[in-house]
Ligand binder design. Sequence first.
Ligand code: BG6
Length: 486
Amino acid sequence: MTTRPANLLVIFGATGDLAQRMLLPSLFGLERDRLLPEALKVLGCARSELDTEAFVQQARETLEPHAGADDGDALDRLLGRLEYRPVDLAAKTSTGKLVREIKRRRNDGDVLFHLSTAPRWYPTICSALAEAGLDDPGTRVMLEKPIGHDLQSSTEINEGVGQAFAEDQVYRVDHYLGKDGVQNLLALRFSNALFEPIWNARHIEQVQITVAETVGLEERAGYYDEYGAMRDMVQNHMLQLLCLTAMEPPSRFKPTAVRNEKLKVLNSLRPISGSDLEANSVAGQYTTGAIDGKTVPGYLEELGSDSSTETFVALRTHIDNWRWSGVPFYLRTGKRLPRRVTEIYIQFRQVPHSIFSGAAGSLKPNSLIIRLQPEEHISLCLMNKKPGLDRNGVHLSQVALDLDRHSAFDQENRRIAYERLYLDAIEGNGTLFVRRDEVEAAWSWVDTILEGWHTRELAPKQYQAGTWGPSSAVAMTERHGHSWRE
Ligand code: BG6
C-alpha cells in the first residue's frame, strides 16, 4: 500500500500545554499557507469533558494572538476542521469506544495519531488502535519524547508500540529535527563542496555543541525533577545534533539512509565510564543568581524541596571511527545559563607553519560557528591582514564571514518546528523522525553515565544562575588546551 496524505489527524493530549503552545499554532501556520490536505479533519482527544464547541472556542482563543489582519479566513478554515472527544485512557471502555468511532468514520485516506500524552500510555493507546483494526499500513503514530526514562523503560514502550505497528508506521518526534536551522546543517555539509573534504580529524581540532537556556523549571517541576538535563536534553536533542554534525554523508535524504548514518555515530560514541567519568562529565544544579539583571531563585527554591537532579550537563566524548579519531566532542546544556543559545562550534586545526613570524602570537585557528538559536547565523572565522603599512611584521586579525539566514532569506517566515513535522507525518515522510534503534542506542550511552554518577554518588555541583555552569566544566576543556566558546 502506498502512503497517502492523512485525512484524519487525531491528537491525544489535545488540551495540553504542547498543543496550545506548538501544535495548534503549527496547524494554523500550515493552514495559512494552504498546506493541509483539503479533506483533513483534526480530532482532539483528552481527559477534559469538553464538547467540540468548547474546544473550538479554546482553540480560537489560543490562535487569535497568532493571527494577522488577513488571517481570518485561515483561522475559520482551521477551526472548521476541529472536533473533540473526551477520553479516559485509564478506562478501557472509554478508549475502546473512541477508537471504534474513529474506525467507523475513517474513510479512504490515511490516519495520523499524534500521542502527546504521558509516554506510559503509548502502548495502551496503540493496542486499543490495533484491537479496533486501526493498525493497517494506512495508520501512522507520532510519539512525543521522552520515550522512557532509561533504556529498559524505553524498550518496554517501544515493544508495546511495536506489537501494534511496524517500525515504518512510527514517527518519534525530536522537535529539534523539525527546526529549519537543523536541516540547514545537512544542507551546509552536503550541498557545498567546501566543507566535506576537511570535515574530519586531520583538519578539525575540536567540536562543541551548546544548548543553553535562560529559563528555569517553568511549569514543569514534576516532570523535570524526575528527568533532569541528561534525560531531557542530552539523550535526544543534543545527541541528534551530534549525529547530524558527525555522520557520514547519507546516500540520499530519505529515512533509512539518514537514520542508518545517525545510528552509526551513536554506536561509535565512546562510553564515559570508570575513571573517565569524573574527567569527562560534569553535572550541575543552579543556585540563586541573576539573569539579565534580574534575580532568579535557585533550583531547590523553585522546586520547593530537596533534589539531586542535574540542571546542567557538560560532557567530553569521542566518536571512535576513522573520521573522528582523537577529536573531542564537547557537549554542554543547562537551564538558567547567561543567554539562550544553541550553537555548533567547529574549531579547525592551526596552520602547520606560520610564515608571519612576528605575528605568531595572534594567529588563531579557523572556526565555523553554526548558530541555530535564537537567530540562525553561520560564521566562518578567518585570519586576515590588518590593513596598514606594517613595518615590524604583518599584523593579523580574525574576521568572520557572516551569513545571517534571516536577512539572506528575508521573504521566508520563520516556521515552528512542528509545522515541518506535521507536514511530513501527514504526508508519510519519516526522514526527520527518530527510529527505535537510535532512541535505544542514545539511552544506552546516557544510562552508562547516569549509572556511573549514581554508583559513585557524584552529586551535581552548584553553579550560580546566570553563569556558564560549575567551574569543573571549564576545567574539563582547559585540561586539554580548549576553551568553551562564550
Ligand atoms: C524540550 C525540553 O524538549 O526542549 C525543554 O523538554 C527545553 O526542557 C526545550 O526547554 C527546548 O526547546 P527549544 O526549541 O526552546 O530549544
